[in-house]
Ligand binder design. Structure first.
Ligand code: CP
Ligand code: NVA
Length: 302
């Protein structure tokens, strides 16, 4: 039985295969309609979600299964029922659980006790499904994973950046992570990604990170659950905005990515977000194709 708590649960070959199949299913949207027939997939959310929840719900439905949305405050966890008991019970009803949790350790409890596949729909540590869609978008824009330079700008210590680093390790990609020192990525995740082949440069200099970049990526400065740090973060990260001046330093055909939701005027400007280089809304669309591909991989191919 497979889980996807982080991209480390996939081999590099599987990661590429899921992306290639996602590109295929985008062109062949009516295939695979029987993959999940008879399967009940729970979608458990402790935090808000537009893209992840709706793309998973649509993907399960398109593959012939049933999605059951479980909001935390509507089930007994919110009244103190232990996670372990909830995990055991959900495992008796469902064939899989997609879960967005405050703490990554909640996913680990589900994985340990539910006996069904658990897919991370975002935790405080990782956002693996996002990175699969990100790398699909890079590939469909004809960028070669091994030769491009990615410039990730802003909060390097968040779930999105960490999964991006894991993805770079799968594809041996060069990435510059550019953040103020105290917002640098988790050192263990960096070392692990480096040991598997990612070429990671950590810098505090946005111009160095942007020079000749092929892919620009940013994410919000205040992630879900960090709202009480908002004022401090806005001050600390103000020089790390993705704007026209930085974009100009990239290659002519560079692309701009953002996982969304965005805070325009903070981590990205309106101009950049809607520029000709922006593939942000294709990237959001690709969440659907990659969720289909991932579920097909989990329930059909393995
Ligand atoms: N990018 C992303 O995960 O968006 P949602 O929070 O809307 O799911
Ligand atoms: N880093 C962001 C990603 C949202 C998709 C957050 O955790 O809020």
């Amino acid at each position: 039985m497979r889980n996807l708590l982080s991209l480390n649960d996939l081999t590099a070959e599987e990661f590429r295969q899921i992306i290639d199949s996602a590109i295929w299913t985008k062109k062949n949207p009516y295939h695979w309609s029987e993959t999940l027939i008879g399967k009940q997939i729970g979608l458990f959310f402790e935090k808000p979600s537009t893209r992840t929840r709706i793309s998973f719900e649509a993907a399960v439905n398109k593959l012939g299964g049933r999605a059951i949305v479980l909001k935390k405050d509507e089930i007994q966890i919110s009244r103190g029922e232990p996670l372990k008991d909830t995990a055991i019970v959900l495992g008796r009803y469902l064939d899989g659980l997609v879960a967005r949790t405050n703490s990554h350790s909640t996913l680990e409890v589900f994985a340990e006790y539910s006996n069904i596949p658990i897919i991370n729909a975002l935790s405080d540590k990782f956002h693996p499904c996002q990175a699969i869609a990100d790398f699909m978008t890079i590939k469909e824009n004809n960028k070669d994973y091994e030769t491009i330079k990615i410039c990730y700008l802003g909060d390097g210590n968040n779930n999105v950046c960490h999964s991006l680093l894991n993805a770079c390790s799968m594809t041996k990609t060069n990435i510059f992570v550019c953040s103020p020192e105290k917002y640098g990525p988790d050192k263990t995740i960096v070392e692990n990604a480096r040991s598997k082949g990612a070429n990671i440069k950590i810098t505090t200099d946005p111009e160095e990170a942007a020079d000749k970049a092929d892919v620009f990526y940013t994410d919000v400065w205040v992630s879900m659950g960090q709202e009480n740090e908002r004022e401090q973060r806005l001050t600390d990260l103000k020089n790390y905005q993705l704007n026209d001046n930085l974009l100009k330093r990239g290659n002519n055909d560079c692309i701009v990515l953002h996982c969304l939701p965005a805070k325009k005027g903070e981590e990205i400007t309106e101009n950049v977000m809607y520029s000709k280089n922006s593939k942000i809304f294709d990237q959001a669309e690709n969440r659907l194709h990659t969720q289909k591909s991932l579920l097909h991989f989990f329930y059909y191919q393995t």
